[in-house]
Design a protein around this ligand. Structure first.
Ligand SMILES: CC(C)(COP(=O)(O)OP(=O)(O)OC[C@H]1O[C@@H](n2cnc3c(N)ncnc32)[C@H](O)[C@@H]1OP(=O)(O)O)[C@@H](O)C(=O)NCCC(=O)NCCS
Length: 165
């Protein structure tokens, strides 16, 4: 599970060498608009530590995504998240701006869903999206997630989509 490939992307388990690419990604205000806002380098350093610890604890987590020529394209993964006091498992995906609009998020969402439901044998997966994040909502709908509810998460209006095994 440390790595996998899709048609256009390769995924490698998050590690310390990814810090600079993640810092640059999180400093882009357009990318971070629906991720809780721009994160300074120190916050991304903590983010990396938390998400590497997630791997150690659960055996799955975030991967860094590269195009087949090795260029950093973004990050995606499967991870625990507490929503309305319930421990859920979500899929997550974020790409550098120049990679938007090519179907890459849909490609990775399908792959993550397959890994989560078939390989990890999870009973369901969720997608948690800011209400106004139309592109990400569309990605989940195309991957056959069903809108379940609206709620407030960390002070933001979000919607929860779910897919079951
Ligand atoms: C959201 C994000 C991952 C989408 O990535 P992407 O590779 O462009 O997504 P895809 O091309 O696979 O699919 C996007 C779909 O949304 C549609 N779309 C784009 N902007 C939209 C909008 N404002 N409202 C509704 N739909 C929109 C596209 O037309 C496409 O649907 P289609 O295939 O039916 O035409 C990307 O914009 C991103 O990284 N954003 C910043 C981080 C983020 O918000 N991550 C998700 C957190 S939940």
């Amino acid at each position: 599970m440390n790595g996998f490939s899709t048609t256009r992307l390769t995924a490698e388990r998050l590690n310390e060498s990814h810090l600079d690419d993640l810092v640059a990604l999180h400093l882009d205000p357009e990318v971070s608009r629906y991720l809780g806002g721009v994160r300074e380098a120190e916050a991304t350093k903590q983010y990396l530590a938390v998400n590497m610890a997630h791997w150690d604890q659960h055996g799955f987590g975030l991967w860094v995504l590269r195009t087949k020529d090795g260029t950093f394209a973004g990050r995606a993964g499967i991870r625990h998240i507490v929503v309305d006091d319930i421990d859920e498992i979500e899929i997550a995906y974020t790409f550098k701006r120049e990679f938007w609009g090519q179907g890459l998020a849909s490609e990775i969402a399908t792959a993550l869903t397959e890994i989560g439901l078939s390989q990890l044998e999870l009973s369901s997966l969720i997608g948690l999206v800011f209400l106004a994040n139309g592109a990400s909502r569309r990605v989940l709908e195309k991957a056959n997630y069903v809108l379940e509810k609206s709620t407030i998460h960390r002070g933001e209006d979000v919607v929860i989509y779910r897919i079951r095994r």
